[in-house]
Design a protein around this ligand. Sequence first.
Ligand SMILES: [Zn+2]
Length: 342
Amino acid sequence: MKLTINGKEFEAPGALSVTALLAHQQVKMPDMVTVELNGEILERQAFESTVVKDGDRVEFLYFMGGGSMNLTESQIERYSRHILLPEVGGKGQEKLLAGKVLLVGAGGLGCPAGLYLAAAGVGTLGIMDADVVDLSNLQRQIAHATPDIGKPKVDSAAAKFKAINPDVTLRTYRERLTAANALGILRDYDFVIDGTDNFASKFLVADACHFAGKPYSHAGILKFDGQMMTVLPGQTACYRCVFTAPPPAGAVPSCSQAGVLGVLAGVMGTLQATEAIKFLLEQGDLLTNHLLTYQALQASFRKIPLKRNPKCPVCGEAPTLTELVDEEPPTCACKPGERCPV
Ligand SMILES: [Zn+2]
């Protein structure tokens, strides 16, 4: 019995239902295939009961929310749970694969964010971190493992992200973000995740994203509480609209002084990754003009409305910060000569 499948002649072994034919042809993801039989689309419910006949023309069509996809079979399988979502589909997955996200910090926030972004198929991930993995990091920085102690965090994180998904292009920057390097690096990215752990860096990330016009997700964690917000520079309330300047040195303890629940970093970093994915997909409502706070001990979230601040030093009516400058070094309560844990 001769069939024409996807334009090619095929000698079928005998009478086959469409379901059996899909299996026989080793069609991957048969649930996502639409079948056209002799020029007519075949209802999925009819796959089992329809038996192909000699001379039939069969086309297997990947039918995913319209339009063709440039995904390989293995990508279709890898991202199938995304592609099944109408809000993502093949087109959305292509947007993710074309997306470029910079993780500033490969620590408690950057690790979970990066793992999920890599798994999601965000095509380019930049990882910026000057530090090496320390034993005290492993309680929450889940991209690093015990054998990585002493290795640069960027290398350790890049290896894990690549292992999850070889589709992802990784760029590593083993340096701190500074006023000098920020704009040159940010230029190449669509979205920035602030995974830094000190106020000077958080203000620098916020200011650099403002001047580079790059959307970013801010998050901060301390003890059992986290907070986050997403900023579209020039359009929505920014970090400096809310927190106009860093607190005085020592006024707020750091995680290395006050402690932090490890899993809290995972919750907040994962929420940041969600924002990046929504931004790349152009789906849903971003966490803009709101500060989301999470109190782990109470299992409570609060979403506090924010407005742009006319007195904001970067995006207000009369900005006082008109170019990128380094904030003072990380604020901590160390005395001169002490080893600073921040
Ligand atoms: Zn502002």
